[in-house]
Design a protein around this ligand. Structure first.
Ligand code: PLP
Length: 363
């Protein structure tokens, strides 16, 4: 453990494996003997080309992405995908189906409405997004829908889909920004997956898009060139200058996941970390989880203390103890511990020790 590094529970940008940060540091001025840092290299040169190709190859291998899908490294964040998805995939009057399971999904609904009629098939808003109702109860009656959209992990509220909707005839679109590569998913069940890198895969600045090629071919002519998936598929994410350094960092993180036993390996660790943390939340009356236990996220654990002044004190003392980034989202309050792939088990164990001490002293 590097003595200068804290345990960083920030929701995003989030902690990156220390080994990856060290590797980037060692290569910072001189990437593999070329006399330049990778961020100084041409995006069309040999060095960066190799970086991009191997990042794509590793992501394909790790997630089991077939040749029916394109893998893109785009800019604009996950938020631009809220518009790009309907802009490219909506065809006029076909209704678009959305599950509103939190703030990010609600933002996606707002953008989609600019392009097509939207049907919200399920909304958790009335229950303050504290649970995700089984998809069997969703209102799926629409005629010939364009796609069904879900947000697989609700970063702010702390819920997660543990089972995805099964409507094989409707393309499934998923915002996996806060749980991509944290668990095994069957990519073949999705039409499109997107994720900002800054939670589970590296630094901000690059958005991963995994799209079934036949869906990309659907885009209408009126879509601006830069916002068309087919542009970036054709030019292998180099239509314009891509965020080269961020892609390089994602590549290093993917290599790190491979060394940890692939996604199955990190998933086992994530299950373990989440189980430890939720057990600590549930073990007394002092801490109270904010969501339905059946829908709990393995990435973002949200909980409250008996009152807000104790929460402020908890955050203050935790920060002083080297446990940072635990403040809940401003729209929810309370505590949120983001425990993505790169959070070591030791970080969760240290947090739990701190929680027990704090409950003893203040309970
Ligand atoms: C963080 C986050 C976003 C927003 O990502 P940006 O890259 O900042 O646009 C969208 N969806 C989810 C689920 C997120 O966690």
């Amino acid at each position: 453990m590097n003595p200068h590094r804290v345990f960083n529970f920030n929701p995003g940008p989030a902690t990156i494996p220390t080994e990856v940060m060290e590797q980037a540091r060692d290569q910072f001025l001189d990437y593999q003997g070329c006399g330049m840092g990778i961020m100084e290299c041409s995006h069309r040169g040999r060095e960066f080309n190799q970086v991009r190709e191997s990042a794509e190859e590793n992501l394909r291998q790790l997630m089991g992405i077939s040749d029916d899908y394109a893998v893109l490294f785009l800019q604009g964040g996950a938020s631009l995908q809220f518009s790009m998805v309907p802009m490219n995939l909506a065809s006029g009057q076909q209704p678009l189906l959305y599950a509103d399971t939190g703030s990010w999904a609600a933002k996606a609904v707002k953008e989609a409405k600019l392009f097509a009629p939207v049907q919200v098939v399920y909304s958790g808003k009335a229950q303050n997004y504290a649970r995700i109702e089984d998809c069997e109860s969703w209102e799926m009656g629409a005629d010939d829908p364009g796609y069904l959209y879900v947000c697989s992990n609700n970063t702010i509220f702390g819920t997660q889909f543990h089972r995805f909707p099964e409507y094989p005839e409707i393309p499934l679109v998923a915002d996996m920004s806060s749980d991509i590569a944290s668990r095994l998913v069957d990519v073949n069940r999705f039409g499109l997956i997107f994720a900002g890198a800054q939670k589970n895969l590296g630094p901000a600045g690059v958005t991963i898009v995994i799209i079934r090629k036949d869906l990309a071919a659907r885009s209408r002519d009126k879509v601006p060139t830069m916002l068309k998936y087919s542009t970036h598929i054709e030019k292998e994410s180099c239509f314009n200058t891509p965020p080269t350094f961020s892609i390089y960092m994602v590549g290093l993180v993917l290599e790190w996941i491979k060394k940890r036993g692939g996604i199955a390996g990190v998933e086992a660790d994530n299950d373990h970390k989440a189980a430890l943390l939720y057990r600590a939340i549930d073990e007394g009356d002092f801490y109270r989880g904010t969501v339905d236990p059946a829908c709990r996220s393995k990435m973002n654990a949200t909980f409250r203390l008996p009152d807000e002044s104790l929460e402020a004190e908890f955050i203050r003392q935790a920060t002083a103890a080297g446990l940072v980034g635990l403040k809940g989202h401003r729209s929810v309050g309370g505590i949120r511990a983001s425990i993505y792939n790169a959070m070591p088990a030791a970080g969760v164990e240290t947090l739990i020790e701190f929680m027990r001490e704090f409950a003893k002293a203040n309970g």
